[in-house]
Write a protein that binds this ligand. Sequence first.
Ligand SMILES: [Zn+2]
Ligand SMILES: [Zn+2]
Length: 107
Amino acid sequence: MDLSLSIPEAQTTTVKGDVGWTSRPPARVRCPRCGDEISQTVRAPIDCPGCRLKRPAEAFPDFELLAMRCPVCGCDMAFGRRHPNVIAVPEYATCRQCQYHWELEHF
Ligand SMILES: [Zn+2]
Ligand SMILES: [Zn+2]
C-alpha cells in the first residue's frame, strides 16, 4: 500500500513587479509647448514628436504625466503618489490587467 500523498504544489501566485526609479515603466507625458503626447522610457531624453522640444530624462518631473504603460502586457497602468507634497514623480503604478506593480521605493 502506497501511503505517499501527492502534495499539491504550493500556490505561489507570483505577481510580477519592480522597485526603483530605474525600473520605472515607460510613460507618456504632455509636451508643454505643443500639447502632443511624448512617450518616454526612464533613461531616454524627452523628445517631442510634434515640435521637437527636447529635454533630458532628469526633466521628467517638470512634465505632466499622462500615463504609464505596463511593461508586461502593454496596458495603461493606474499610478499615483503617496507623498504629493514631497515627491513630484509617481511613487507607484499598478496594472489592472495583469497586476504588475511598480514601486518607487521599498516599504
Ligand atoms: Zn511638442
Ligand atoms: Zn499588465
